[in-house]
Design a protein around this ligand. Structure first.
Ligand SMILES: Nc1ncnc2c1ncn2[C@@H]1O[C@H](COP(=O)(O)OP(=O)(O)OP(=O)(O)O)[C@@H](O)[C@H]1O
Ligand SMILES: [Mg+2]
Length: 377
């Protein structure tokens, strides 16, 4: 298959605010029609990156290239880009039709053409018949769709969306995720989407860009990011993971807690210390004597589709998701299929994540708080 052309390129982008480095040597290529998501914790620089692409913020260093042209210094209206901001603001005094038509009127588009384009756009966001409604009379999801229609009606080649679904409840959010994805595929527009919700990122994107503290941690398909995280930060941020210290004894053999596990990873140094990721859903609960390791169940929580079991093995608290339901205090064995063990290089994030002892401490803390709260009332 022919690779689509690159529509946005960020080269060595850096910016600091008040002496603090906010983005550091950011490099990224985005292709025509791609759905790219910036994913990362609050304050990691997602909005700033989006604003740099949109032309609302100028970087200190580096180049922003859109459609092959260097856009440094160019204002937003000179870029083939439209933006839906984190707090999208509709015009309260205009009805739905006029909100969507606004940009076209500003650009002096012929009124017949406006009629045609706004009508078609409202149809594609499922708002036909809402033309005369005042925006304050709409539900959150409907307002959101007006904001999307307003951005899309200008035929942008690239749409920047900064947490556009953040304000919606879970059900509506899911519906809008599907709708946005459909609109994006129908119109073939490049979407650059920001979220700090990992599930949203995985389910909507062609490409996920995981960021932390102003630096890109990994760029890849949702499957890559989930199955082959580059470091402990990515493994921890995307889904639940147990992250363990290991030593690569040889190709396809890693040692943890003095026990050797078969795995499928190759190319590490002999006896190289590594981080090992095991997803909670990939661990089998077995009889203690049949397990590769065994330990005592310290908590179990029903989650609907599975139980979440915390088991203490040699002072490391593993999280297991299973349909089995052992009792607290039971000794169980665990067994991990070789293909479900993922080996990572050690990084600056090693040792910071992936042991659920912090998880149980937090649970206890929350429990304590509730009791104090009751005392006060
Ligand atoms: N104009 C500014 N002046 C000073 N600091 C700023 C400015 N804009 C952003 N920052 C800082 O830069 C960092 C990154 O901000 P940014 O808004 O890009 O984060 P974000 O990833 O979008 O976070 P969130 O998920 O909370 O929206 C933050 O520490 C923020 O306080
Ligand atoms: Mg933001």
């Amino acid at each position: 298959m022919k690779e689509k052309k690159i529509v946005v390129e960020l080269k060595n982008i850096g910016i600091s605010f008040d002496g603090e480095q906010i983005l550091d040597d950011l490099n990224l290529e985005i292709r025509d029609g791609e759905f790219v998501t910036f994913l990362g914790p609050s304050g990691c620089g997602k909005t700033t990156t989006l604003r740099i692409i949109g032309g609302f913020t100028q970087p200190d260093t580096g180049e922003v290239i859109i459609d092959g042209k260097n856009m440094n210094g160019a204002p937003p209206y000179k870029r083939q880009v439209n933006t839906i901001f984190q707090r999208y603001a509709l015009f309260p005094h205009l009805n739905v039709f006029e909100n969507v038509a606004f940009g076209l009127r500003v650009n002096k588009v012929d009124s017949k053409e406006i009629e045609k384009r706004v009508t078609a756009m409202l149809e594609s966001v499922n708002l036909s018949g809402f033309e005369k409604r005042q925006v304050h009379s709409l539900s959150g999801g409907q307002q959101q769709r007006v904001a999307i229609a307003r951005a899309l009606v200008n035929n942008p080649t690239i749409l920047l969306l900064d947490e556009p679904l953040g304000a919606l409840d879970l059900k509506l959010r899911k519906d809008m995720q599907n709708e946005l994805k459909n609109i994006q595929q129908q119109l073939g527009i490049t979407f650059i989407f920001v979220t700090h919700d990992q599930e949203e990122a995985l389910s909507m994107s062609d490409t996920v860009v995981v960021m932390n503290e102003g630096r890109i941690q990994q760029i890849g398909t949702p499957e890559d990011i989930y199955n082959e995280p580059k470091n402990a930060f990515v493994a921890d941020f995307i889904g639940e993971s147990n992250i363990l210290d290991g030593i690569m004894r040889e190709d396809r053999l890693v040692e943890m807690f003095g026990h050797k596990f078969d795995c499928v990873d190759i190319g590490f140094g002999k006896n190289e210390p590594v981080d090992v990721v095991v997803r909670p859903e990939d661990i089998d609960v077995v009889e203690p004597e049949k397990g590769q390791l065994s330990g005592t169940v310290s908590s179990i929580t029903f989650k609907g589709v599975h139980y979440e079991i915390i088991v203490d093995i040699n002072d490391f608290k593993w999280m297991i998701q299973s349909t089995d339901s052992p009792a607290v205090g039971d000794v169980i064995g665990i067994s991990i299929p070789p293909q479900d063990i993922h080996i990572m290089k050690k990084s600056e994030y090693s040792g910071m994540f992936g042991d659920y002892s912090t998880f149980s401490d937090e649970m206890e803390l929350i429990g304590d708080t509730e009791i104090t709260g009751e005392d006060e009332t």
